[in-house]
Design a protein around this ligand. Sequence first.
Ligand code: CO
Length: 159
Amino acid sequence: MAIRNILKKGDETLRKRSRDVGEITVKIITLLDDMAETMASANGVGLAAPQVGLLRRIAIIDIGDGVIDLINPVLIEQEGVQTEAEGCLSIPGIQGIVERPTRVVVEALDRHGKLQRIEGEELIARALCHEIDHLDGILFEDKVIRYVDPAELEDPEEV
Ligand code: CO
């Protein structure tokens, strides 16, 4: 495995739409493993492929229960509204309040090509929405209601 460079705000790759994954090749598996290592080393709870320079619909999340691979993720259900602070590994050191659904259901392929259904509330719902936004070239700053001082947050999360 290898740590990849995380692109920062200003890189135009972050603003492009990612393409669906067809066949899950060895290259894709290596990418998922590298993304997991990269996310862990940056203390993130999520990471999307465009953040490491690949415009493919791939993301991972880990809110502390292990890494979940998401290939071609689609938001199929959402309900409620939460307004919590979030940050992004591509915009380090900045936290802002973003409106997200409280609960979501996402369907995605795992690394074996099996369709999985991920249901989550609160942080996991926020992370899933944030990552899917990355696949459409959307950054959390596009949706920020107001910025907050990270020093005032108990546990600032970057995704
Ligand atoms: Co992000």
